[in-house]
Design a protein around this ligand. Structure first.
Ligand code: NAP
Length: 317
């Protein structure tokens, strides 16, 4: 199996690193100081299960997809807002049968990639883990199951899905092939977007959000809106999805925050468009009222626009 990781950050570095450490031919497409460190020092992943590393002699990293050529699998680990540039890197990596596994939170990344390379080359996917790029060449696994869920676009069983599932399993990753990959993506979206949106406007961790009746209700209402948008989009979510997701909220460590909240708080580019922005857009296109998500989106997109102005001023100075 030959694989490429496009975007070797928290997700790409962790899952690609697991496959490389298990002896698979994995090529890392990276850039800047991270690329230099990968070439010089290899990849180090630290975490609750002890961590692992890939020595420089066994790690092949480049910034040019033409060096890699067609592969069997691409693990696409860039942030949602980085997708437009990243899909341009996919063409040299894609041959007949290549499968690009998307991992972005949200429900639109597979469609964005499919628009560039065709739906037959996309395996929609979702990661359940908490990882981040701690520094060049260093990934920190904080927690979470460490699982990757993926499937064919139309959920049919396939040899390539089975091959990837087996390779990940053997590499110590819980690989899940669900009956309906779209329902999986939407179920995670229904947790992540409200958690991100309400957390970002309040700048509070999940323990505070769930324990105050008002913010708890906001979370549940934002989830119910997403459930309605999903149903209007033909997605079959379980009938108790909001209750079971609130149970999941209650089981999270109290200090947890979303990457959206951390990125917006730090004035960095964020995945707001792919999370709350998507709820608002799909709400409009399906005729589904989404007032809570619209409020969250308007507040946060203004805040994000002001951060963007500040970054532009900083860059121009
Ligand atoms: N991390 C998690 O725990 C987690 C869990 C579940 C889902 N997700 C989802 O997974 C996706 C990836 O998140 P992440 O946390 O792994 O992000 P991340 O740590 O920021 O990693 C993205 C990596 O892609 C690189 N990259 C972006 N564009 C590139 C390009 N054109 N060429 C080469 N490298 C490029 C970035 O490099 P630069 O720094 O140079 O831009 C960065 O190293 C997100 O959609 C996120 O919501 C993450």
């Amino acid at each position: 199996m030959k694989a490429a990781v496009v975007g070797a950050g928290g997700i790409g570095g962790y899952f690609g690193g697991r496959l490389a450490a298990a002896g698979h031919d994995v090529r890392f497409l990276a850039r800047g100081r991270h690329l230099e460190a990968l070439r010089r020092d290899g990849l180090t992943v630290s975490g609750p299960s002890g961590g692992f590393s890939v020595a420089p002699a066994n790690l092949r990293a480049t910034d040019d997809p033409a060096d890699i050529g067609p592969v069997d699998f691409v693990l696409l680990g860039v942030k949602a807002w980085q997708l437009p540039a990243a899909v341009d890197l996919l063409k040299p990596l894609t041959g007949a049968g290549t499968a690009v596994v998307t991992t972005q939170n949200g429900v639109e990344a597979p469609h964005e990639v499919a628009a560039a390379i065709g739906a037959e080359s996309v395996l929609p996917g979702s990661a359940k883990i908490i990882t981040y790029l701690e520094g060049p060449g260093l990934i920190r696994h904080v927690g979470g199951l460490g699982s990757l869920t993926f499937g064919e676009w139309d959920n049919r069983p396939s040899q390539r899905v089975e091959e990837l599932r087996k390779a990940l399993d053997e590499a110590g990753v819980t690989a899940v092939v669900p009956q309906d990959i779209w329902a999986e993506l939407w179920a995670k979206f229904l947790f992540v977007a409200p958690f991100g949106g309400v957390g970002s406007v309040t700048d509070a961790p999940i323990g505070a959000l769930r324990s105050r009746p008002g913010t708890r209700r906001l979370l549940a209402d934002a989830m119910s809106e997403i459930e309605q948008v999903a149903r209007a989009s033909g997605i079959g979510l379980p009938g108790d999805i909001v209750a079971s997701t609130m149970d999941f909220v209650d089981r999270q460590p109290a200090e947890g925050t979303s990457s959206l909240q951390r990125d917006i708080g730090a004035g960095k580019p964020s995945e707001l468009e792919a999370w709350t922005g998507t709820v608002v857009r799909l709400g409009a296109s399906t005729g589904t009222p989404v007032p809570v998500n619209t409020f969250l989106y308007e507040v946060l997109s203004l805040r994000e626009a002001r951060s963007e102005e500040r970054r532009a001023e900083g860059g121009a100075a």
